[in-house]
Design a protein. Structure first.
Length: 321
């Protein structure tokens, strides 16, 4: 597996925008260059001194001169948000090109965007795209108080701010037990997008299921996993197709760990199966999918595997690396 291309950027501006939220403006490090285009809902990896973390792009998809990300300082996190909050204007970073598993449906007549807290970040980019296309949409943002609302100033500056509906749990307008007040019955052309904590996603998808929303009309992105990535399994063998080398994977070892032990370069980012950075082609064998980034159809096809957390249902798994 070859190392992915990275882009060199410079921190152009750092703007506090919400309780513990920092809006980071990244510009190309080389003057006169432009950044790759992206679709609404995309994210990038930030390389932060040994850490690689994913953050959704907040800006408009046609902005080629900068990328905007918003990062909530999480005192209980794994260090990524703290590293971002230690950045200074002028710092140089390596980032990945944009990736996307959360695109809006271009054929939807009306899109309902529901965010919990910092989950608003990819939905801001969606709202930008929908507004520029002239499409109908509404954005609901749930947070505890007005002071804890992420990106308040950014939201207020947008030409589509009249489409934003704010809900504050401290004022009796929380999401729990009230999902049905913002999730209507489905109809052709209506799409539902969700991003936020696991509990909110579970409540929203449960409500949508009860209302008989079609699965392909409900799309969600979450900030954590439903199940642990540390569950062990049976030992198996990984075959590196390019060399024919066989590497054993122990019951308590990930495929990525086995590959790295064998000197095979592997790209890892979230290490939880929620970002897709380590998706690797499968040429033979049956994956035991434990990721939360692939669709049911993709898992059924079995042509890709997240080597950070997934395993094998067959004694041997041949990877296209």
């Amino acid at each position: 597996m070859t190392a992915p291309r990275t882009l060199d950027v410079v921190v152009h501006a750092l703007t506090p925008d919400g309780e513990g939220v920092l809006l980071v403006d990244l510009r190309p490090a080389d003057a006169g260059t432009v950044l790759p285009p992206f679709d609404a809902g995309a994210h990038i990896d930030l390389h932060l001194g040994g850490l690689i973390r994913q953050y959704s792009l907040v800006g408009a998809a046609d902005e080629r001169d900068r990328y905007l990300v918003a990062v909530l300082r999480d005192p209980d996190g794994r260090g990524g948000s703290a590293a971002v909050h230690r950045l200074a204007v002028g710092d140089r970073l390596a980032i990945s090109p944009p990736r996307n598993a959360f695109r809006p449906d271009p054929d939807a007549d009306h899109s309902i965007l529901i965010a919990g807290g910092i989950g608003v970040t990819p939905l801001v980019s969606m709202a930008e795209t929908l507004h520029r296309r002239g499409d109908s949409f509404e954005l609901h943002v749930y947070t505890r108080t007005p002071q804890s609302l992420p990106l308040q100033r950014h939201l207020d500056s947008r030409p589509w701010r009249d489409r934003v509906m704010l809900h504050f749990s401290a004022h009796g307008d929380g999401f729990r037990g009230r999902a049905q007040t913002v999730i209507p019955r489905p109809r052709p052309g209506r799409a539902l997008y969700l991003c936020g904590p696991l509990g909110m996603i579970a409540s929203a998808t449960g409500c949508a299921s009860a209302l008989e929303w079609p699965r392909d009309s409900v799309r969600a992105e979450q900030f954590g996993r439903v199940r642990s990535v540390e569950a062990p399994g049976e030992a198996f063998t990984v075959v590196v197709a390019s060399t024919g080398r066989e590497l054993p994977v122990a019951p308590d070892e990930t495929i990525a760990e086995a590959l790295r032990r064998g000197g095979v370069e592997t790209t890892l980012a979230c290490e939880q199966g929620i970002c897709g950075a380590c998706l690797t082609p499968v040429l033979a064998g049956v994956p035991d999918h434990r990721d939360e980034v692939q669709s049911a159809a993709q898992r059924e096809a079995g042509s890709l595997i997240t080597v950070c957390c997934s395993r094998s249902l067959t004694p041997t798994l041949t990877l296209g690396i």
